[in-house]
Design a protein around this ligand. Structure first.
Ligand code: ADP
Length: 851
């Protein structure tokens, strides 16, 4: 048999079993037998007398079959076997009726009603599958049809009755089939649902068992923590206490300071473990109360007195408001003290300087309330419920302003709850919070099982815990209960963080951490090698950074206000600070954290707890890197300076060469001697009128001085030719502006000058050479120089003519304004032209002549 079949088989078995098929089968056989026997009376009335003996034997035979099947039941194993027996009973019943129908005239026989009874019975009484009932129904139908067909004559005689009987029987069969189909479906669906439910329940039970065993493991684990963590920790703290008390010799202030830091942090850890253990005990229901009647009016003040030094440190005022009469309450004083301490220490933690804390005790008919009210930061409304959950904190982000684990209030609530009291918080954000503890009067409400009825009556701190017996020292530490409760509120003094005001080391390091103890540790590790500045916030660090420009910053990541990442980002954005290397210090590890830090611009990263060698190595690495960078940039600056010196030298060398070239040209042409110098003088005068100054003027001056440098390539014979020049010669002369440009352009700084030189023979109307530039396409310098050049040519002697007068030259230039020259430049020329001639005598003569 394949697997799915066997599953189907099992399912059917379940189905039959759920309907108690086995017991039903017995009942059905008996009922069927009784009915079959009782119908003998009907035979007596209905059947023809001669048939009665036959019918009697028939019925006895069927009854005998019932008996046999009944006896066989004992042999049957499965439900399916029982179903087969039921079907067989039906078969014999039907067979008997079939024979009787045959003898009673077939189709018209009234005994067909017996078949209807069997159909009804099988649908109602038996959880038969649709398949099985189908089989039974076919059998029933056949048992009517076959004997009737065999006894045809009477059918022919009374065909109306035949149709009626056939119709009824078939209808009942159809109704029965539909009925059994739906019944079967329903039964199966119901069973399937039930099986699923059973499976789920089983699974639930299994996980429940697992959870239970896990829970036991957890409890076991906590018990182990008790021993494995608390014992070694107290074994550290106990001798430390002795050392600090001076029982092992005198301590230097530095040693004392360091040992105190160790002690404080040991206490913090111990408090955390104790709280966790208490909370676990409470949740396990293992906390036992040692009830006592306590007058709250006397109970609260000593507790307030013990937090007073801390409140004074923070300049917070403490008040207590009691009724004038005693307020008695039955409670476990040791446990209740923890509630009060937790509320007080939270109030101290979350209230800033100058604030106020008040404890009210109020008595009502059946209850007493104790309220701790502060003027601190307050709690958001949506958190008022959840703060009592384990590990819940209002500001759980990495910028928490206060240390804490979120256990205090959970513990307080559990303690109040075992006392059958209630605790709730009210608050106005920014204004303050109020924690209200409501306790029932009397002691009837205490469950018997939470009471510790042992006779010893020591405060909880002094009670020996089972695990402590073998270590006597441990006791002293665990009993330092109040110290433990308040240890994380103690402010650590980091004043004098600077080792010395005078600089005594090569590098100054700024250390930023909101935890003063970490700062103290850094000081201890680094003070002998570096100058240090210790600050408790990134904001303060920033101010210091601007004022003192330290060589490196060590900065904690998780801090209230500006955190390490934000700090690094801000520093790296600031041009004047970004060179300062930042090493971030974090307690969190992981690639994500690293990536975040690096993105913020941190130069390096170190994780807590850090090892002093690693810390120093990282610092040294960063400082060396920075030093190398500084040295490199110095070398770079020197190199740049040297290079620009060299360039300058080269330029002046070149210029002096070119200048001597220019004077060589002037010398080449005896008529144009000093031409370049004069053109330069005139050009500068016009340019100054036009507003030229600085480098622009310098460049133009140089351009004017060198404007004819290209003539170096023109033979002297042509330059000095007295007669008219041939076309060929003129062409050669016209090449000099372009040649001048190509002599000057290799030197980058002279590029602009070269351009002016190239264009000094261009004409304003675009008919000049070499490029036929027009109007403003011609560089302004060249437009100025063209006028100066023309003026000098007209007024100086040439091989082919005598020098003309100043007036003449001016007239000529005015005449060419707009064609050869830029009219605007001509105007400026006119403004200054009178200064071109030192002696105007000749002009005056000419003017007189003209007049
Ligand atoms: P924690 O160790 O963090 O102080 P608690 O369970 O004592 O744990 O407190 C849970 C949180 O409830 C605190 O982190 C704080 O956010 C908030 N809280 C408790 N008391 C006060 C208070 N007096 N003022 C403001 N916030 C408070």
């Amino acid at each position: 048999m394949t697997k799915p079949q066997s599953r189907e088989f099992e399912f059917e078995e379940r189905l039959y079993q759920d309907y108690a098929l086995k017991s039903r089968t017995r009942l059905i056989i008996i009922l069927s037998a009784i009915l079959y026997a009782s119908f003998i009376s009907l035979d007596w009335v209905h059947a023809p007398r001669e048939l009665f003996p036959l019918f009697l034997y028939l019925r006895l035979g069927v009854l005998a079959a019932h008996l046999v099947l009944f006896l066989l039941l004992g042999q049957m194993k499965t439900n399916r076997d029982y179903a087969k027996i039921v079907i067989t009973v039906g078969f014999f019943d039907v067979l008997g009726i079939a024979v009787m129908i045959y003898f009673l005239g077939g189709f018209v026989s009234a005994y067909v009603q017996g078949l209807s009874i069997i159909i009804m019975g099988s649908v109602i009484a038996l959880p038969l599958s649709f398949r099985d009932s189908g089989l039974v129904f076919i059998l029933i139908w056949a048992s009517y049809i076959i004997p009737s067909l065999l006894n045809m004559p009477s059918w022919k005689a009374n065909w109306r009755n035949v149709i009626t009987n056939l119709f009824f029987l078939t209808s009942i069969l159809i109704i029965g089939s539909i009925g059994s189909y739906f019944m079967d479906k329903l039964r199966r669906r119901e069973l399937r649902g039930r099986i699923q439910l059973e499976e789920t329940t089983a699974q639930l039970q299994e996980s429940n068992t697992k959870l239970k065993s896990l829970d036991e493991l957890k409890t076991q684990f906590f018990a182990n923590v008790n021993h494995e963590l608390r014992t070694p920790l107290t074994l550290i703290l106990a001798p430390l206490k002795a050392v600090l008390e001076g029982r092992m010799g005198k301590l230097s202030p530095t040693h004392k300071d360091t040992l105190e830091t160790m002690q404080r942090n040991g206490y913090k850890l111990l408090k955390l473990i104790n709280n966790l253990l208490d909370l676990n005990k409470l949740e396990e229901g293992k906390m036992r109360l040692r009830l006592k009647s306590v007058n709250l009016v006397d109970f609260i003040p000593p507790l307030l007195a013990s937090v007073k030094p801390l409140a004074d440190q923070k300049q917070i005022r403490l008040y207590c408001q009691n009724p004038p009469h005693p307020v008695d309450l039955t409670l476990d004083p040791d446990q209740f003290e923890k509630v009060v301490f937790n509320l007080l220490s939270n109030a101290l933690k979350f209230t800033s300087k100058g604030g106020k804390i008040t404890v009210y005790v109020e008595e009502k008919d059946h209850t007493v309330t104790m309220t701790v009210e502060d003027t601190g930061i307050g709690i958001p409304e949506n958190m008022l419920e959840t703060i009592f959950d384990r590990f819940s904190q209002v500001d759980g982000s990495k910028s928490r302003a206060q240390e804490g684990t979120g256990i205090g209030l959970a513990l307080a609530r559990e303690i109040v709850l075992v006392h059958k009291g209630s605790i709730r918080a009210e608050s106005e954000l920014g204004r303050g919070s109020r924690f209200i503890v409501e306790m029932l009067k009397g002691e009837e409400h205490f469950d018997d099982e939470v009471l510790d009825r042992r006779s010893e009556d020591l405060p909880i701190g002094l009670k020996r815990r089972l695990s402590d017996t073998e270590e006597p020292h441990v006791q002293d530490i665990v009993t330092d209960f109040r110290r433990l409760q308040l240890v994380d509120l103690e402010k650590v003094d980091i004043e004098g963080g600077r080792v010395d005001q005078a600089k005594i080391h090569d590098a100054l390091i700024l250390c930023i951490d909101d935890n003063p103890e970490v700062l103290k540790l850094m000081k201890m590790l680094l003070a002998d090698e570096y100058d240090l500045e210790l600050v408790t916030s990134a904001e303060k660090g920033f101010v210091f950074l601007r004022e003192k420009n330290p060589d490196l910053v060590l900065c904690d990541v998780m801090m209230p206000g500006m955190d390490g990442h934000a700090f690094a980002k801000a520093v790296k954005k600031d041009e004047s600070l970004k060179h300062i290397p930042i090493i971030l210090v974090t307690a969190r590890t992981g690639a994500e954290m690293l990536a975040e830090g690096m993105q913020a611009g941190a130069d390096d990263y170190i994780t807590k707890p850090f090892d002093s060698t690693e810390l120093k190595a990282r610092i040294r690495g960063q400082l060396r890197l920075r030093q190398m960078e500084a040295e490199l940039s110095l070398v770079n600056r020197n190199l740049k300076m040297r290079t620009s010196d060299l360039v300058e030298q080269q330029r002046s060398l070149f210029l002096s060469t070119v200048k001597s070239l220019a004077s060589a040209i002037d010398a080449k042409d005896e008529y144009t001697r000093h031409h370049s110098t004069r053109v330069t003088e005139f050009t500068v005068k016009i340019a100054v009128k036009m507003g030229f100054s600085g480098k622009e003027l310098g460049d133009l001056e140089l351009a004017a001085l060198l404007h004819d440098v290209g003539k170096i390539a023109v033979p002297e014979s042509i330059l000095n030719k007295p007669g008219k020049l041939t076309d060929e010669e003129f062409k050669l002369i016209k090449e000099h502006p372009a040649r001048g440009e190509s002599i000057l352009s290799p030197v980058i700084e002279l590029k602009e000058i070269a351009r002016i030189v190239r264009s000094h023979h261009e004409r304003y109307d675009g008919t000049g050479y070499p490029d036929r530039l027009k109007g403003r396409e011609i560089p302004l310098g060249a437009r100025i120089m063209a006028i100066a050049d023309t003026y000098d040519s007209i007024t100086s002697e040439r091989p082919y003519r005598k020098p003309a007068s100043h007036r003449f030259a001016v007239k000529e230039i005015i005449g060419c304004s707009g064609t050869q020259f830029d009219p605007e430049v001509v105007e400026h020329f006119l403004e200054t032209a009178s200064t071109f001639v030192p002696d105007q005598g000749q002009d005056q003569e000419e003017a007189a002549k003209e007049a």
